[in-house]
Design a protein. Structure first.
Length: 283
């Protein structure tokens, strides 16, 4: 079964990176290019269990103690746990699949059905966690979604389920703490899920991590890149140089002596909807 995952953005490894230092009013240009890019785990996978049977409609606001592999599976496994116990996922929306087009019943793994869920869950996620577009971009919170297996669908299961998770580090989920609904509208709660880095962006040791873990750099802001078509590496890179330098200067102890970093999207990431770069500064 094929599935487009928004957890894809969990990695959000942008291909282009540049950084700089500012001293006495001068800023050395960042290197051309930078870190290699990886993108979403959206490859086709088999999702029909050997003894699959129709499962009841999932409950909204149910919590789960998932591992990363559970969260990126196309079909949900495991039972809910009490939300006042340790958990790593919470269901924020349950909907009904629209699998009939022009009178024809489509398979649950068809492009039409999967595209419906891939559109509905991110939209519902924005309403659930709240905050601005930029606030959501700068956290490690992500939506993931599940549909029935082919066998379960054949037996009448017609729902989809949207869950929220937080990425702690590569292929690791963070525990969800407190009330997640509207979390990005509450500054102190939002800080718990902020995006940080283990090293300077573009270096070999750089990994995105949640700011509650060990880190040395922090994502400060995002830079929207104008245009419907990918502008090319040079323009994408140029779009963030001054905004990121300004953002880092705004949080620096010494506005004449500071470091900053910038990442910009690849053409592939642009095609998937990421039309912005990220500004970084040492934590």
């Amino acid at each position: 079964m094929r599935r487009a995952l928004a957890l894809a953005a969990a990695a959000l490894l942008l291909a282009g990176c540049s950084s700089g230092e500012s001293g006495a009013g001068t800023t050395p240009p960042g290197p051309d290019g930078g870190s290699s890019a990886t993108d979403s785990p959206t490859s086709p996978s088999s999702a029909t269990p050997a003894t699959a049977k129709a499962v009841p409609r999932p409950k909204d606001r149910a919590c789960y103690a998932y591992r990363y592999d559970d969260a990126v599976a196309p079909v949900a496994h495991g039972k809910p746990v009490p939300c006042d116990h340790a958990h790593t996922a919470i269901t924020f929306s349950v909907g009904e699949l629209d699998s009939v087009v022009d009178g024809h019943l489509l398979s649950v793994d068809s492009d039409h059905v999967q595209a419906q869920v891939a559109d509905a869950c991110p939209k519902a996620f924005a309403g659930f966690v709240g905050g601005t577009d930029e606030a959501r971009r700068l956290t490690m919170l992500r939506p993931v979604w599940f549909t029935p297996s082919l066998s379960q669908s054949d037996q009448g299961a017609d729902w989809y389920r949207c869950d929220a998770v937080a990425i702690a580090a590569d292929e690791t989920l963070a525990p969800l703490v407190g009330r997640l609904q509207g979390v990005l509208g509450r500054p102190l709660a939002r800080e718990r899920y902020a995006m940080c880095g283990t090293a300077e962006p573009g270096t070999a040791d750089f990994r995105r991590v949640i700011c509650s873990g060990r880190h040395s750099w922090r994502a400060l802001s995002t830079v929207d890149i104008a245009g419907a078509a990918y502008p090319g590496v040079e323009q994408a890179r140029a779009a963030g140089q001054q905004p990121c330098q300004d953002a880092a200067a705004g949080v620096a102890d010494d506005p004449l002596n500071y470091r900053w970093g910038y990442e910009w999207p690849t053409a592939d990431q642009w095609a998937k909807g990421q039309h912005y770069g990220i500004c970084w500064a040492p934590a």
